[in-house]
Every structure is written in structure tokens, then in C-alpha cells.
Write a protein that binds this ligand. Structure first.
Ligand code: CU1
Length: 150
């Protein structure tokens, strides 16, 4: 009996990497109370027609103190969106409303919360893209490169 159980455990463990591979269009990133993201680089293959990004805030601070969102723009648009987003305020998730330069964005969330966004990869392959948090003062540390790999 014991060896059977061991075999079953080994089989379950072997499935884990497969699951991750099958979900290559489904990414998760964490934000912390230390004003950091869990990744500096994110990528998906161009075969993903749509991408889902889930942001989890693993800290405990409220969103008006240490709120985080996950925003995707072309790298060249990031600074302008950060600046205009700060002026837009928390009620607007620190983003200029209806701005075409924002490719995707979650809501601003606080500790223990989760937010997700889905977007099309159409036209994004090969572009220089940046992800960042637009909460005022955060994008210096909370940013990274996003790639749609051809
Ligand atoms: Cu943040």
C-alpha cells in the first residue's frame, strides 16, 4: 500500500509543471507591503490571443497607504501615464480616464486583495512594453519589462 501512495504522489508532482505550461497565457504577480512586485520581467508567447494577469497584494496595508495596481503601456508611454495618473487620484485608480496609451490595468488594491485584467495581444508582439504600479511614488521600484514573444 505504502509504495502505491508514493507512486501517486510522484505522479501528482509530475503534473505541476505541465499545468504551469498549459497556463502560459495566464500570469500572476504579487505586490507587497514593501512596495515591490514579485517579478521584474513577464512574458507570454504570441500564440496567446488574450492574456490574463492576476495581481495579488500579499501585504496587509490598506489601498490608500500601500495600494498597488498592474498597468501595461508601451515603455515610452510609462512616465507620462505615471504623472497623469498621480493627478487622477485613487478614485480613478491613479490612471487618466479612457487613455488609449493604457493597454491594460487592474484596479488599485490593498493588502489581501486580488484584481485581474484580460487583454488582447494583437499588435503587441515585438513591442517594448512596461508594466508598473501607478500609485504615486511606486513606479520607481514597481516596474518591469513585459514581452509578447514572437
Ligand atoms: Cu504600488
Amino acid at each position: 500500500m505504502k509504495s502505491h501512495r508514493l507512486l501517486l504522489s510522484a505522479a501528482l508532482l509530475a503534473l505541476v509543471p505541465f499545468t504551469a505550461f498549459a497556463d502560459e497565457c495566464d500570469l500572476t504577480i504579487e505586490g507587497t507591503d514593501q512596495m515591490s512586485f514579485s517579478a521584474k520581467k513577464m512574458s507570454v508567447p504570441a500564440s496567446c490571443e488574450t492574456v490574463k494577469v492576476t495581481l495579488k497584494h500579499t501585504g496587509s496595508l490598506a489601498k490608500d497607504m500601500m495600494g498597488h495596481n498592474w498597468v501595461l503601456t508601451k515603455a515610452d508611454d510609462m512616465q507620462a501615464i505615471v504623472k497623469e495618473g498621480a493627478a487622477a487620484g485613487l478614485d480613478n485608480n491613479y490612471l487618466p480616464e479612457g487613455d488609449d496609451r493604457i493597454i491594460a490595468a487592474t484596479e488599485v488594491i490593498g493588502g489581501g486583495e486580488t484584481s485581474e485584467v484580460e487583454f488582447s495581444t494583437d499588435g503587441l508582439a515585438g513591442e517594448k512594453l512596461s508594466f508598473f504600479c501607478s500609485f504615486p511614488g511606486h513606479s520607481g521600484m514597481m516596474k518591469g519589462r513585459f514581452e509578447v514573444k514572437q
